[in-house]
Structure formats: structure tokens, C-alpha cells
Design a protein around this ligand. Structure first.
Ligand code: FE2
Length: 221
């Protein structure tokens, strides 16, 4: 771990794994999530147990640096959407990231492939969740229908629990960029997941990447 020594051995990893943002609020959420990962509870129970620490992170000011709270012109998600790693477990079991969506912009329809907790920190968003009607046997096709839409204001949070509550898109509805904070049980931006076109019924592989940390193949040797 970057923050507990072995700086020479892991020099190159120190700015891409562990606590990229180190604050008591972030540590509290990550330590609670690490503890939940050691328990034999189901996803919904883990998420329920993490809600208090996560809500406190959303209510706290001053821990998110400005450079991880602004749109990203080089975004691989498009539309200037910035995805910034705040914590990454080296074993890929957990991550925390901020997602900055400019006013009026929206993410593609996408999945996450892990359980998680998402909350709005700044601005307002609407989330549209899809239900999948086909059996997923064709990797290039997906038949989706809207399952629900919800409006989210600062402090609002929702759970991602695959396979049913895992496919969605998010749009900023405030005149300022929205910032949401995501805690997920994988290294979300570096995992190959999926982007969907619900009208065309198509699926393509998708890896969003972090704006502030490389994925494994792109890491410096
Ligand atoms: Fe998402």
C-alpha cells in the first residue's frame, strides 16, 4: 500500500492505487467498505451497513480537491464527463471515484458489473434505470426497457445491485455541473463493461478510464 511504506518497491503505484484523496471522511467510508467485504453478507446488507458513513461523506465539505471536481475535455465517456479515482484497491476489490457531468450533459447507457453505492455531492441529476428483457446470450444485442426514473439532489443516494439494478444513464439537470460520488466493489473505470443503445438494441464493450490514474495496461513500467 502506498500510504504504509515500501515506497521504493511500489514507487510507480503510489499515485494510482490506495488513497488518491486522503481525508478522514474518505478513509472512514473505505474502512467501512473493507470491513463489509470481510463479512458474509449479501450485497443489499453491505450497502445498508455503509449508508451512514457514505451519507457523512456527501454532507462534508472540503475533502474533494478542485482538480477532481471539474469537467474533463479529454473524457472517454464523452460530453466532457470527468471520472476521477479517489481510492483504488490494488486487488481491484473496491474503488471510490467522483463523476463530474457538465450542465445538460448525460452519460451513455452503461453497466457497472459490481454492487455499489452512488450519491450526489453537488448539483442535480436525473437517473434512468433500465431492465433487461433478453437473456444476454448474444453479446452484441440487448433489449432494454425503462424501469424507473428518479431525480437526485445533493445527499440523495441509490444502490447498484447487479444484475437487476445495474444498467442506467445519468443526466445533469442543474445549471452547474453535477458531481456524484461512487463506491463500487470493482475498479470500475478499468473494468471492461458495456455501453448500450436501447433504441438500436445494441451493446458494445466499454472501458471509461480514470482521468487521473491509468488502467493496468497503460501504467508506466
Ligand atoms: Fe453509472
Amino acid at each position: 500500500m502506498c500510504d504504509t511504506g515500501h515506497m521504493h518497491d511500489h514507487h510507480h503505484q503510489c499515485d494510482q492505487f490506495g488513497f488518491l484523496v486522503d481525508s478522514p471522511e474518505v478513509r472512514r467510508v473505505i474502512e467501512a467498505a473493507q470491513h463489509q467485504l470481510t463479512l458474509t453478507s449479501d450485497y443489499a446488507e453491505r450497502i445498508e451497513a455503509l449508508k451512514t458513513a457514505f451519507a457523512q461523506l456527501l454532507e462534508s465539505d472540503g475533502w474533494l480537491p478542485d482538480n477532481l471536481a471539474r469537467p474533463d475535455d479529454t473524457s472517454r465517456m464523452g460530453d466532457g464527463i470527468g471520472q476521477y479515482a479517489l481510492y483504488r484497491a490494488e486487488d481491484g476489490s473496491l474503488c471510490l471515484f467522483s463523476l463530474v457531468i457538465p450542465a445538460g450533459a448525460e452519460t451513455p447507457v452503461h453497466d457497472h458489473l459490481a454492487w455499489g453505492l452512488v450519491g450526489v455531492y453537488r448539483g442535480e441529476q436525473s437517473e434512468t434505470v433500465y431492465r433487461r428483457l433478453d437473456d444476454g446470450s448474444d453479446p452484441t444485442r440487448a433489449q432494454l426497457e425503462v424501469a424507473k426514473r428518479q431525480s437526485l439532489t445533493p445527499g440523495s443516494c441509490y444502490a447498484l445491485i447487479p444484475p437487476t439494478d445495474d444498467i442506467h444513464y445519468v443526466k445533469t439537470t442543474s445549471p452547474t455541473p453535477s458531481i456524484s460520488i461512487h463506491l463500487l466493489a470493482n475498479d470500475t473505470a478499468c473494468v471492461w463493461r458495456h455501453k448500450f443503445d436501447p433504441d438500436a438494441g445494441t451493446v458494445v464493450p466499454f472501458r471509461s478510464g480514470y482521468a487521473n490514474a491509468p488502467c493496468e495496461e497503460a501504467a508506466s513500467a
